[in-house]
Design a binder for this molecule. Structure first.
Ligand code: ACM
Length: 635
């Protein structure tokens, strides 16, 4: 019996077809054109990658060979050798039909050819090629199984829709090491992102060494350690040592910049001023309009965010003083060193969320308003921003800032990063300025991606399906001024890299596709299918992702004054939702949701879980009835 079972298993594994071994074609971001061919290409265990006489491409070929070898194959790289059958050939060509950063990838039953006009195109083509291999190719460990690397025959022609395809990482609220930033770059390039915006300074830490201002990192990079919910954490206690934080030395920055450049990623540095500057002020208190003692915030309530569109205000003055010439001398030093370290053409000066309640009370500001003929505090901030631009331009760089830099009049050459929706970007383009779109409604990946009952709490939600609707080109805008877009990962609530990954993926897939793929290729159901395929790749790569698309969407309303109506749905197709009100854990044999529910008398909670093909797909979600009442507006 045992023996026959063994033989049966052997036979089944023997008869796995190439079609079964090959991954279903699931490329993210979706290429411009993808035409499936007939049959498969099996990479021989001793295949050759043929590279052109170009050092950059040869390095890519060597990296690809290492990835394909994985302990079971011996893939070698040869330069410019005559085309051999059963090989992978990388070709630098001069072909006007291939657009900038584009490539042509052809897999036939006899081999692979990848052509591009520039090394960047070869790099993007390799990312696509890797996605055609089974997900195990992403495994960090050697593959010990008796498997073959099989590719489906296909012809792909591809190029990006936008040149600015970014992710922003806030390294101030939590510091991430050089190795962790490199790892993040490795993940993002798989999805053809080409820009990493580093938010280097904020109230919670100054993260870049400025040699002429050593206290910025001696003092500003460190805070007292707290764990919990941002905005509720306790202030430093008297005499408590600030031991939590870190910063990048200038050598670290050079290392990150080089690592990124080798992968066709630009690094955009952000120095966020005049607001969000508590770490700088803790180091140099004389930069504030308000004399006093300052500390680097551990995430305490130093500001009031009233919500509902009202203006927030500071409980502590966390702004640089625009009426103090020392501030401009300080910024001159900072931007001089920043400009030398980052080759990218832009420097980001922040400009967002500046509390002005302390400025209002400052005599020096009042005097400056008279002297410079500034009518209000918007114009005071605009005066400051224009001086930032002068400094940045004098270093040979262009300035970009958050959309608040429109208030009081935009600096003459500034580019705008639109985050409070896209209206700031639309207005900036109307005024003839360059624009990058990163609106909260589609691109804020610090928000929760599912129900608050199961996600780590943040004050807003952005589901994958909504992120997938991101289009950086609103109707009527001058497209030539829209450089592209980016997703922003603020890290007030992101304490470690596992969670960093969880917040980025899969929404990063959606943003990548919005920025790379033609708009007319957008197809949510197909994207959801590909996303699930890529979950397996992320698991192989040991990268965490959010499984939130598998959890129910809960909508609550009220009938009469006291009856809760619960509507359940799912973000993706093909899932059934099972529920209980009796406190036990539902499985696929429990009632299946089919129409809006009311709550049985005295029930304490609803428990829900999704299934597909008799397997649980989502997480067990529990919502107390008291919480549902609150959501429904029932007292
Ligand atoms: C921002 O989210 N304050 C730019």
């Amino acid at each position: 019996m045992k023996k026959s079972l063994f033989v049966a298993v052997l036979l089944v594994s023997f008869f796995i077809t190439d079609a079964q071994r090959a991954a279903a074609i699931s490329v993210i971001p979706q290429p411009v054109s993808l035409v499936k061919g007939a049959g498969y290409f099996t990479l021989p265990a001793s295949a050759v990658i043929i590279a052109p006489k170009n050092e950059e491409v040869k390095k890519m070929a060597t990296d690809l060979a290492a990835k394909l070898s994985k302990g079971i194959n011996k893939i070698t790289v040869k330069e410019g050798a005559a085309v051999q059958p059963k090989s992978i050939i990388l070709l630098l060509v001069n072909d006007k039909s291939i657009r900038k950063d584009g490539y042509r990838l052809k897999v036939t039953t006899t081999g692979v050819s990848l052509s591009a006009n520039e090394p960047s195109g070869i790099f993007y083509g390799i990312q696509t090629l890797l996605q055609l291999f089974p997900g195990l190719i992403e495994s960090k460990a050697d593959v010990m199984m008796d498997d073959k690397w099989i590719l489906p025959a296909v012809t792909i022609e591809d190029h990006p829709r936008f040149g600015w395809r970014g992710l922003m990482l806030d390294v101030s609220r939590h510091f991430f090491t050089v190795a962790q930033v490199k790892d993040y770059i490795d993940q993002m390039v798989k999805y053809k992102f080409n820009l990493l915006h580093l938010h280097l300074t904020d109230d919670q830490g100054w993260r870049i060494q400025i040699k002429s201002l050593p206290k910025l990192t001696e003092v500003g990079a460190w805070r007292v350690e707290r764990t919990g919910t941002f905005g509720t954490l306790s202030k430093p206690q008297p005499g408590e040592a600030a031991t939590y934080g870190g910063f990048y030395t200038q050598e670290d920055i050079k290392e990150i910049v080089k690592y990124a450049a080798d992968r066709f990623v630009n690094i955009l540095p952000e120095i966020d001023v005049p607001g969000h500057s508590l770490a700088a002020i803790a180091a140099y208190p004389e930069l504030s309009c308000t004399p006093g003692e300052y500390y680097v915030s551990p995430g305490d309530r130093f500001m009031v965010w009233p919500g509902g569109g009202q203006h927030f205000y500071g409980l502590i003055d966390n702004t640089l003083c625009p009426a103090n010439e020392k501030v401009y001398e300080f910024m001159e030093k900072v931007f001089t060193e920043v400009a030398q370290l980052f080759p990218f053409e832009y420097i980001h000066m922040g400009g967002d969320e500046t509390a002005r309640n302390f400025w209002e009370k400052t005599d020096a500001i009042k005097a400056m308003m008279q002297k410079e003929n500034l009518k209000n505090l918007d114009e005071v901030q605009s005066y400051f921003v224009k001086r930032m631009e002068k400094i940045i331009n004098s270093k040979g760089k262009k300035m970009i800032g958050w959309d608040e830099i429109l208030d009081g009049g935009l600096a003459p050459n500034a580019a705008v990063m639109s985050w409070r929706g896209m209206k700031g970007g639309i207005e900036a383009a109307r005024q003839g300025h360059e624009v990058v779109m990163s609106p909260t409604d589609f691109a804020y990946i610090d928000y929760m991606q599912g129900d608050a009952a199961i996600e780590p709490p943040v004050y807003a939600t952005l589901r994958l399906k909504k992120a997938y609707q991101f289009d950086p080109l609103p109707e009527g805008i001058d497209a030539s001024l829209v450089k592209g877009g980016q997703a922003n990962l603020w890290t007030e609530q992101v304490y470690n890299t596992r969670h960093l990954q969880y917040m980025t993926w899969p929404r990063g897939f959606a943003i990548a596709e919005a920025l790379w793929s033609p708009k007319e290729k957008r197809d949510w159901n197909d994207f959801a299918r590909r996303t699930e395929q890529h979950f397996a790749r992320l698991r192989a790569a040991e990268v965490k992702y959010a499984p939130s698309i598998y959890d129910p969407i809960v909508e609550v309303s009220k009938k009469d004054t006291a009856t809760i109506i619960i509507k359940l749905s799912t973000e993706i197709e093909g899932l059934s939702i099972h529920y209980s009100f009796d406190n036990s854990f539902p499985d696929q044999y429990y009632p299946k949701y089919s129409m809006p529910l009311t709550v049985p008398k005295d029930a304490a909670a609803i428990k829900m879980i999704t299934y597909r093909d008799n397997e649980p797909t989502g997480r067990m979600m529990v919502i107390p009835i008291a919480e549902l009442k609150k959501r429904a507006g029932i007292k």
